[in-house]
Structures are given as C-alpha cells and as structure tokens.
Design a protein around this ligand. Structure first.
Ligand SMILES: *[C@@H]1O[C@H](CO)[C@@H](O)[C@H](O)[C@H]1NC(C)=O
Ligand SMILES: *[C@@H]1O[C@H](CO)[C@@H](O)[C@H](O)[C@H]1NC(C)=O
Ligand SMILES: *[C@@H]1O[C@H](CO)[C@@H](O)[C@H](O)[C@H]1NC(C)=O
Ligand SMILES: *[C@@H]1O[C@H](CO)[C@@H](O)[C@H](O)[C@H]1NC(C)=O
Length: 499
C-alpha cells in the first residue's frame, strides 16, 4: 500500500506570492537592517541597491567595496583589474560566476514537472520535485560520513527531460566534499512524481555535506557556503527564510560546539540520513549547496590575489549570523582598546609566558584586557562570539579558534601571535573579512619549547609550545591599537598621545 505523509505545509510561500507586495517598511524578514534594501532589490524597481551578482547590478551600487591597498605582485595589469580578481575569487563576484554557470540537467516540460539545475562540476544544484530513495541506508552497518555510496543507480530522479550526457560530463570532481557528483551520477528520469514516495517534504530543504564539525575553521566553511548558496538560489524576499529544513548527508546525529549557528538558518532541528532511513522521499524543493572542499572554492585553500581585502560576502555573512543570533555590541564608554587574548587549553601551541604578556598589557592604562578560553565547558558559542564582537584586538596562536575573526568588528585587528609556518590560512581569512592582520616577524624574539613533534610526521612548528619576547609583543599590539584608534574613532594617536 502506498503510504503518503505530508510534513507541514509552509505558510510563508503563500504570503510572498500574494498579489499585494508588502512594502519595505512593513516587512520583517528578520535580517540585518542594512541588508533589507539589497534583498528587496529584485522586487522594487526603484531600488538601486544590489548584492553584486544580479545581471542588472550597477558596480557603483553593489553591496561590496573591496580594496587593494597592497601590490598585486604581478597578478593583475591594473588596480581595477586587481580589485576585479579579488571580487571574483572571494566576494559576490564568486557567486556571480557560479550563478552564470547554472544550467538545466533535467528540464521541465510541464508546469508541475521536476527540474534539476546545476553549475559546472556540480558544485551547486537546485531541484524541484526530486525523489530520493534512501533504501541503502538500511543496509549500512557503519556510520555514513564522507561516503559516496549512499545512493545507487536510479535512487535519485525527477519527472523531467534528462540531459544525461551533459550531467555526466560534469561529474569530474568525484569526491565527497568537492561536488554533488557522487550522488547525482545516479540520477534518472522517472515517469511519475510523487509516484512511489513514502514521504513528501514540502518545505525547501538544503542537503549539506559538511566538513569536520569539531573544528571552527572547517565547520564555518560549511556555514559560509550555506550562506553563499542562499545567494546562489536568491529567491527574492524570502531568500533567507528560516522555514527551511537542513538535511545533513551523514547517518551520525549532528553534534557540534558551533551548532547554535544553525539557528541563523532554520527554525527546525537538523535532519540526518537516519531521519529517512529506508524510505523513498520526495522533496518539492531542494538546494544542494556549495561545498567546503571544492577546488577553487571558498574559503578552504582559496587562491587569493595579493594586496586586497574586504569581501562584502564575508561581511554580510558575519552581519547575518550576528543579527540572527541576537549578538550585540555593548557601548564602549571608556574608549579603551578592548583586547581579547585567546588562551589555548590544548597539548600544543600554548603560550608558555602568556600570563607575563597579559600582565604587561594590563599595565597599559588604555587597554582593557581579557583572557579567554573558548571552550563549551566554560562558555556557550553565543557567549564566545559576543565577546569577539566586542573586541578591538584579538590575540591568539595559530589554531581554529582564530576563525572567530569572522565576528570581529570592521575596525578590529587579528594578531596571530605566530602562524607556525602556515602563513596564509588566517591572514587570508582576515583579508576576506576585512580586519587588519598582524603576526610575529622577528624569529629571534620567540622561543620554541622544542622542535615540535607531530604524532607521526616528525618535527613541525605546529606541535610545540612557545614563549614570546615581551617588549616586541607590546610593540606589535601598539601597532594594532593605532589601527583601531584610526578606524574606530577616526584619529591617529600621533595627535592624541594617550597611547
Ligand atoms: C518609483 O519611482 C517613481 C518615480 O520616481 C514613482 O512614481 C513610483 O511610485 C516609485 N515606485 C515605487 C514602488 O516606489
Ligand atoms: C528504492 O531502491 C530499492 C533498492 O534499489 C528498490 O528495490 C526500490 O524499488 C526503490 N524504490 C523506488 C520507489 O524506486
Ligand atoms: C530556492 O529558490 C526557490 C525559488 O527560486 C525557493 O522557492 C526556495 O525556497 C529556495 N530554497 C531555499 C532553501 O531557500
Ligand atoms: C605544551 O604544553 C602542554 C600544556 O601545558 C603540555 O601538556 C605539553 O606537554 C607541552 N608540549 C611540549 C612539546 O612541551
């Protein structure tokens, strides 16, 4: 017998499709107020604001304003070209390029048909009326994560005109976190929709293949790509609707110290493959988002032109998450430079003399210093980013905790005490976010506890502890403080010598 269950019918789509469009003033899209005119662009002909990827978006009015104060080191023929390259690599230009690639892999011929559209290499797809057969999950005795055999031939499909050769030609990034080809290579056209589905999901559903959830750098790469994918799919004023489901393509229950971040994207608990164990499910609307390990993706291993900074995409992401998680800045009454020193409570890369360094900072009358351990043992993730968002200079050793830089204010400074020979990771992320980056320069003024011992790869700078020269440290912080004074209050300390 055919058992058809419909999970909750979405209300909001009906609202937004109604003939009378609400005006900006009466809309509560629960988004950062600065984003509102950009979101309404597609529906308000008089709005000049645009994100930057829309076909009729004027460069002057786009959301982003990346700058390239540094040299391009031979990457670009002119300043303007340099900015353009950065925009395409790490800003909404990346979204624009990806959107331009979207093409039908399975084309509807009737109004109620299915459809499947994807970019090159199947890095992003969206579909309507797609059947997914989860029968295989019944027979897996090992937990499913980063695997390519969740589906077999014919276990995903839709009722539409299928361009098989076109799709096959894009299955060349066949790797779990690089593309959707491990799943879509099995796509087939079907005769009936919903046909033999056990379940129909009416709310839009984002299926995510995620990176390591224990590591903030990697997991935020998932969140950034989720956000970018909402831009890819831009569905007008409900583009950031939280009435969407998230299905994580793993059989393990989702758990992460950063899980609160999902509250910015969905009102529902996240699903995993076990939610649909053994069932055939019809999704009326799916998005297969950009992935965390794409070749030339964001932001893991992204090639980024020298000299440029301030990606609007990263700023918008930061604002969006902070706004949705209800994180605010507290008024700073005493105008002191607020310094947060991230202390690691781990086996490697501890700062052996951190108490000495922190004491030295605390002696400066213009600094307000806080030492923090960002662990869910002591602080919820929201409490952590609240502290970060109220920081002017964020100091810490190389490590995933520095990903907090995404939530620093625009005028802030990231001081990566020492990059442990991994030069680009946080420097580039800081550039993308548009905060100033400082790191240790004089290798004669730091001490490694030993040569560093990777459990199986021998000596490596990441696997030991360090101590730093106090006065060199103070000088570098002072350099950061000057930047904050300048950016935040619009004056340089040369004319105000309280620093
Ligand atoms: C757009 O601008 C025109 C001319 O300024 C004005 O007549 C019209 O009412 C505006 N439309 C909206 C939707 O604001
Ligand atoms: C789902 O897959 C199983 C195993 O391949 C198959 O026996 C079953 O017929 C499929 N169901 C549908 C509705 O396609
Ligand atoms: C994607 O866009 C479609 C319309 O183009 C919309 O109906 C759907 O809700 C969007 N999906 C998500 C997950 O936002
Ligand atoms: C680094 O510091 C940690 C914490 O104090 C300690 O457990 C570890 O043994 C130290 N590592 C080295 C290489 O000395």
């Amino acid at each position: 017998m055919l058992y058809l269950k419909i999970i909750a019918i979405s209300c909001c789509v009906v609202l937004w499709n109604s003939a009378v469009r609400p005006t900006a003033a009466s809309v509560d899209l629960d988004v950062h107020p600065e984003h509102l005119p950009y979101i309404l662009f597609s529906e308000d002909r008089n709005s000049t604001h645009c994100w930057g990827y829309e076909s009729n978006c004027d460069t002057q009015h786009r959301y982003s304003d990346p700058v390239c104060p540094g040299p391009d080191n031979g990457w670009a023929p002119s300043k303007q070209a340099q900015i353009g390259i950065f925009y395409d690599q790490g800003d909404f230009g990346y979204v624009r390029q990806q959107r331009e690639e979207i093409t039908y892999m399975c084309e509807p011929t009737d109004q109620d048909d299915s459809s499947l559209e994807c970019t090159n290499h199947l890095k992003f797809c969206r579909g309507r009326n797609i059947m997914i057969n989860f029968t295989n999950t019944l027979n897996k005795n090992r937990p499913v994560r980063y695997q390519m055999d969740v589906l077999n031939e014919g276990q995903i499909g839709g009722k539409c005109k299928f361009h098989k050769e076109k799709l096959d030609a894009q299955c060349d990034h066949l790797s779990p976190l690089q593309s959707w080809s491990p799943e879509l290579r099995f796509f087939i056209p079907i005769n009936h929709y919903p046909g033999k589905c056990d379940l129909i999901i009416t709310e839009p559903t984002v299926i995510m293949k995620i990176d390591a959830t224990v590591n903030m750098y990697h997991h935020f790469c998932d969140f950034l790509n989720l956000y970018a994918s909402q831009h890819m799919n831009n569905s007008g004023s409900n583009m950031f609707s939280k009435d969407i489901h998230v299905l994580i393509w793993e059989s393990l229950a989702y758990e992460s110290a950063f899980s609160e971040t999902f509250e910015a994207f969905t009102i529902y608990p996240v699903w995993n493959l076990n939610t649909f164990r053994g069932q055939v499910v019809c999704f009326n609307n799916i998005v297969l988002p950009l992935l965390p390990r794409m070749i030339f993706g964001l932001y893991y291993n992204t090639p980024l032109i020298d000299g440029c900074e301030k990606s609007g995409l990263f700023k918008a992401f930061s604002q969006h998450v902070l706004y949705r998680l209800n994180i605010h800045q507290t008024p700073d009454i005493n105008k002191k430079i607020r310094i947060t020193f991230l202390s690691r409570n781990t086996k490697y890369r501890n700062v052996l003399n951190e108490n000495e360094l922190i004491a030295a900072l605390s002696n400066e009358p213009n600094y307000e210093v806080k030492k923090v351990i960002y662990s869910s043992k002591y602080l919820t993730f929201k409490e952590q980013i609240r502290i970060t968002y109220n920081t002017d200079i964020f100091i810490g050793m190389h490590g995933a905790g520095l990903t907090h830089l995404l939530f620093l204010p625009d005028w802030a400074v990231l001081f990566e005490l020492y990059n442990c020979e991994d030069e680009h990771c946080y420097k580039d992320l800081a550039r993308l976010r548009g905060v100033k980056y400082i790191t240790w320069r004089d290798m004669n003024k730091l001490k490694m506890e030993d040569k560093g011992n990777h459990p199986d790869q021998g000596a490596h700078a990441k696997f030991t502890n360090y101590s730093f020269d106090k006065s060199e440290f103070l000088d570098l912080v002072k350099e950061g403080a000057k930047h904050v004074q300048n950016q935040k209050y619009g004056y340089s300390p040369e004319t105000h010598n309280e620093l």
